[in-house]
Structure formats: C-alpha cells, structure tokens
Design a protein around this ligand. Structure first.
Ligand code: SF4
Length: 97
C-alpha cells in the first residue's frame, strides 16, 4: 500500500489543531486508556492517509498526539476510530468518594 504524503495547508492544520485543542482543554484534557491509544495508533499505521512525518493526511495533526486525546476523532469518512464518549453529555463522570 502506498502512503500518501500530502498534508493540508499550514492554515488548515493550525485551524484543525486549534479546534481540537479547545475541545480537549474544555473537556478537562482527558486522555484515552493505554489499550485505546494502542488501538488507535495501530489503525493510523495501517491507514493510507498517514504521512511519512506521522501526520494525518486529512487533518494534518500528529497522530501520536491526536490519538491520545479522548476528544479526538478520526477525520476520515467513515471515521476509522471514534471519540471516546463517557456519560450522557460526553463528559467524564466524577464519582463521589
Ligand atoms: S486519524 Fe484517521 S485518517 Fe488520519 S491517519 Fe489516523 S486513521 Fe488515518
């Protein structure tokens, strides 16, 4: 399988990164579990959109960072992996002690 090497423009990449960062910080910077991270990374490594610089060719994000954020989604159609949603509102549930 040939890997695509094109990434979006720098402006599109910055826009995508800013949107992802805002959502990630607003949600309290939740990380995925180690097993979910591994599953996402393995999927990206099999994906034709992954570039030689380990960026997603569709959004321009570095997949090793993107895959660790629970709020991230794969931009492919259909997504090759989904955002991890916990709780009805999609926010982590704080359990009482
Ligand atoms: S985020 Fe999705 S489209 Fe991008 S490289 Fe990973 S699997 Fe492919």
């Amino acid at each position: 399988m040939t890997k695509e090497s094109k990434t979006p423009s720098i402006f599109k990449m910055l826009s995508n990164f800013a949107k992802s960062s805002i959502e990630y910080v607003a949600a309290g910077m939740p990380a995925v579990s180690e097993s979910e991270y591994k599953k996402r990374i393995e999927t990206c490594h099999e994906c034709p959109h992954l570039t030689d610089t380990k960026q997603c060719g569709l959004c321009g994000c570095y997949v090793e960072v993107k895959a660790g954020w629970r709020t991230s989604t794969c931009p492919d159609t259909p997504p090759r992996w989904e955002k991890v949603v916990v709780g009805k509102s999609g926010k982590p549930i704080n359990l009482k002690k």
